[in-house]
Design a protein around this ligand. Structure first.
Ligand SMILES: [Zn+2]
Ligand SMILES: [Zn+2]
Length: 246
């Protein structure tokens, strides 16, 4: 007899709800092109200056790892052991409504949000973050995740940023060779163990200055693991940028 699970939630209903929400947002974006994705005011870049200036910006933070701090200067962790990243920039805090935009971009079938989010990053990332950078490497997704999602959000943001700043985006030198389980809820140590050996570099990055890029930075474990792989391939300066710091 076929097993019966009357209590099991129907995963399809959540899927349909997300799909409906995405369709609604997509319809609005089609009906009002050139409008702000948050307030529908005219905004050629997709996000108006008023909404962009309302997004939460970080207070004092560690210049090396972007950890929020009550004071300006290196955090105790960076003072104890030199990190693999030379500097990290995150122009925004991962908070509503930016968190909502990022979530609906990645999970809600609104890949067209790459443009306004990429413009937002290009607009608010200080010039020093890209000065002297020889290539920008977005955090790669594992092939399986890429097939499931259909796009790599970090790669899309990197393409917009690089077009705006005249930089080279490199999506071929690094691959994610291990499909790592979600990092959510893991301790810092468990996150590190989870990601060990996740990235493989095929190109020669000798003496290069590399900027790594991710959409959101939480503890920085992913970016640090990627920085380690890139340094082993010869890079001399490795910095990172994320649109938002969680
Ligand atoms: Zn707006
Ligand atoms: Zn730090």
């Amino acid at each position: 007899m076929a097993p019966c699970h009357p209590q099991s939630p129907n995963p399809a209903s959540g899927h349909w709800l997300r799909l409906l929400q995405a369709c609604g947002a997509n319809l609005l974006e089609r009906l009002y092109p050139g409008r702000c994705v948050l307030c529908l005011d005219p905004a050629p870049a997709g996000l108006c200056t008023g909404c962009a200036s309302d997004l939460a910006r970080p207070g004092p933070s560690c210049p090396t790892c972007a950890e929020p701090l009550p004071f300006a200067g290196d955090c105790p962790s960076c003072q104890r052991s030199p990190p693999l990243l030379d500097a990290v920039w995150a122009p925004f805090v991962y908070a509503w409504p930016l968190s909502h935009l990022l979530l609906s971009y990645k999970g809600g079938g609104r890949p067209q949000l790459a443009r306004p989010l990429g413009f937002l990053l290009a607009e608010h990332l200080p010039a020093i973050a890209t000065a002297g950078v020889e290539r920008v490497i977005p955090v790669p997704l594992h092939e399986r995740r890429l097939v499931h999602r259909g796009f790599n959000q970090a790669e899309d943001l990197a393409r917009v940023l690089c077009r705006r700043r005249g930089l080279r985006v490199d999506t071929g030198s690094v691959t994610r060779v291990r499909a790592t389980p979600s990092q959510q809820g893991l301790s810092r140590r468990a996150r590190r163990a989870n990601l060990r050996g996740a990235f493989a570099v095929s190109g020669d990055l000798s003496d290069e200055r590399i900027l790594l890029l991710d959409d959101v930075m939480t503890t920085g474990t992913t970016l640090n693991e990627l920085a380690d792989a890139v340094r082993r391939a010869g890079a001399t300066r490795v910095t990172a940028v994320a649109l938002a710091r969680a």
